[in-house]
Design a protein around this ligand. Structure first.
Ligand SMILES: NC(=O)C1=CN([C@@H]2O[C@H](COP(=O)(O)OP(=O)(O)OC[C@H]3O[C@@H](n4cnc5c(N)ncnc54)[C@H](O)[C@@H]3O)[C@@H](O)[C@H]2O)[C@@H](O)CC1
Ligand SMILES: Nc1ncnc2c1ncn2[C@@H]1O[C@H](COP(=O)(O)OP(=O)(O)O)[C@@H](O)[C@H]1O
Ligand SMILES: [K+]
Length: 553
């Protein structure tokens, strides 16, 4: 094979930072199904040959000047992908050195064939990482979706070596040590037992774990290769287990392609009320109000719980809330409300009225803590959906943990499950914040057919559709520039403003679907603003609020 040019045409590839659309994510079981289906359609070993080729192509793209390439190969088919890539790369004139953590005869059949290809191509086998230079490359083919436990000692030695090499690391399918579905470390493992790759080329499907929790840090730049599989079942929307909302916010929500109608007035863009800002935390309410203003809400009222809250923005309408009765000074029954930003413990007194009156309510921060601590508030919250009142909860992991009665670490261990559990428990939209924010919805009940006569009523009852739970969305936008105080308050205000405008534009739309749209749109606007911020300076929450683009959806 030495010197053989790589075959063309290339399989479909995707470099995710350049891609902004909503993409399907697939769990391990679905990925296995896709793999089995295509293996059955292709000649023996063909799928792994394609996988090896895909890895080799990305290796050549990201490290074109590498002379030595070290490939750490595990005992399964992930190792086989690495061996097959090694065969291709050796054929391109690279010096490929592989460490294989399995007796060749004990490898699975495809990987055994890949080993034979690697030997035939002239790949050398070594016990440990060779000396590497900065422009060389290291490939992590230790574990893929078959990872089932913390890495063994021999594997750990390779992982540690990969953490110390002076060159880039390319992970095959998923960085070893990361769980493909949750983005958390493998059970019983820690950051020290995970490869931190510069690039990951993921095969057949995009895995959710690459994009949330530790996934973004461990995976680096993600590349996708579908291995030329087009026949059904393609790794498509129908078999997706979650969505990845891409980084480019032109995808969702829509950019304001045309200016508002000339005859618009401030009532055309929805009213937002903020309720929060207890003593010592007044800034939180102003930040939420400022965000709502900048995202384009028509009128923004800030109900502040502190006696002397000042006024950060002339455009915001302050209303002092010395007691619950003062809520009558806010248009709660028509506006969209965000509550809890800097709410302190006093927000608990206001929540029964807010839960009762607000048709659209975002509950954030201390509002969530109050609900977590009070079974009565939880009961009121749960009732809202049945009364056609809609709620979005915006917990960070600790707030989510309090609501679920878990530890924050348990929430982070499986963020998608935690978000979905909260959505079901409280019949709310849930945005679990943090790296790779997760938006989860409860089951959506479609309207039953109108029942006119006895006969039709019987049919309608018989065929009433099953409630459908939308797939969770993992957000690709956003980064650690958001890890500063107050950015969560900004998100809450932004979300209320998106929701107010979405409702104003289409008041007849299903309440939960509008909530779902608003939650995703707000996370996208917020994350996008952080993505385009200059790394050199701190993105404060006030600046973030003022930079948020206008919503148009
Ligand atoms: N068969 C094929 O043709 C294809 C395979 N693919 C690759 O195959 C991978 C899945 O292969 P496998 O199912 O063999 O799984 P893996 O190769 O991910 O790992 C399974 C093997 O690792 C061992 N193992 C698991 N956890 C371990 C630990 N902590 N320490 C040491 N050993 C551990 C298991 O006992 C088993 O031998 C995918 O991630 C992908 O890279 C894909 O490229 C598609 C094509
Ligand atoms: N490392 C990160 N990557 C992506 N987003 C982040 C990161 N850190 C924080 N964020 C985002 O910033 C916001 C912080 O919210 P929160 O924790 O409630 O902060 P605060 O209470 O100070 O306002 C959330 O939207 C969260 O998703
Ligand atoms: K790997």
């Amino acid at each position: 094979m030495t010197g053989t040019p790589l075959p063309s045409p290339p399989p479909a590839r995707l470099h995710l930072s350049a891609h902004g659309h909503t993409l399907p994510l697939h769990d391990i079981a679905t990925t296995r199904g896709v793999e089995q289906h295509h293996m059955a359609l292709l000649p023996a070993h063909a799928l792994m040959q394609r996988a090896g080729l895909a890895v080799a192509r990305v290796a050549l793209a990201v490290a074109p000047h590498a002379q030595t390439i070290w490939i750490a190969c595990g005992p399964g088919n992930n190792g086989g992908d690495g061996l097959q890539a090694g065969a291709w790369l050796q054929a391109q004139g690279k010096q490929v050195l592989a460490t294989l953590l399995q007796q060749p005869e004990a490898l699975p059949a495809d990987a055994r064939a890949a080993y034979a290809d690697a030997v035939a191509a002239g790949v050398s086998f070594v016990d440990r990482a060779p000396p590497l230079l900065a422009h060389d490359l290291c490939i992590d083919a230790l574990l893929g979706i078959g990872a089932s436990r913390a890495p063994s000692a021999a594997m750990q030695a390779c992982i540690t070596a990969m953490q110390q090499v002076p060159c880039q690391t390319l992970a095959v399918d998923i960085p070893t040590g990361l769980h493909a579905e949750t983005g958390h470390w493998l059970e019983g493992a820690s950051a020290a037992q995970c490869v931190h790759a510069n690039h990951t080329v993921t095969l057949l499907t995009l895995k959710p774990g690459l994009f949330t929790a530790h996934g973004r840090d461990a995976s680096g730049q993600v590349w996708f290769d579908g291995l030329g599989t087009t026949a059904s079942p393609a790794p498509d929307a129908a078999s997706a287990t979650a969505w990845l909302q891409g980084a480019d916010f032109k995808a969702v929500p829509r950019l304001p392609e045309s200016p508002p109608a000339y005859a618009s007035h401030k009532g055309s863009f929805g009213d937002v009320c903020i309720v929060g800002g207890a003593p010592g935390m007044t800034g939180a309410a102003w930040l939420a109000g400022s965000a709502a203003l900048h995202v384009g809400a028509g009128r923004v009222y800030v109900g502040h719980l502190a006696a002397d809250a000042g006024n950060a923005w002339a455009e915001l309408m302050p209303r002092a809330l010395p007691d619950v009765a003062a809520l009558e000074h806010l248009p709660l029954t028509s506006a969209t409300t965000a509550c809890g930003c800097g709410g302190g413990t006093v927000i608990a007194d206001f929540l029964p009225a807010l839960l009762d009156q607000c048709p659209r309510l975002v509950i954030d921060a201390d509002g969530l803590n109050a609900v977590a601590a009070d079974a009565g508030l939880q009961a009121l919250l749960r009732k809202r959906a049945s009364r056609q009142q809609w709620t979005i909860l915006t917990p960070h992991p600790l707030e989510a943990a309090r609501l679920l009665g878990l530890g924050a670490q348990e929430v982070q261990t499986d963020r998608m499950t935690a978000a979905a559990a909260l959505a079901t428990q409280f019949q709310c939209m849930v945005v679990l914040k943090g790296s790779g924010s997760v938006c989860a919805a409860p089951a959506l009940h479609t309207e039953p057919a109108p029942a006119s006569s006895g006969c039709f009523m019987a049919l309608a009852e018989q065929y009433e559709p099953e409630p459908v739970t939308p797939l969770p969305t993992v957000h690709y936008s956003g980064n650690a520039r958001l890890a500063t105080a107050g950015t969560g308050d900004v998100l809450a205000g932004c979300m209320a403003a998106c929701w107010a405008q979405a409702h104003q534009a289409n008041p007849g739309a299903s309440g939960m679907e509008t909530a779902l749209h608003a939650a995703n749109a707000a996370v996208q606007l917020h994350g996008h603003t952080a993505n385009i911020w200059n790394y050199g300076t701190t993105l404060t929450a006030s600046v973030l609020a003022a930079l948020l683009p206008r919503y148009s959806g």
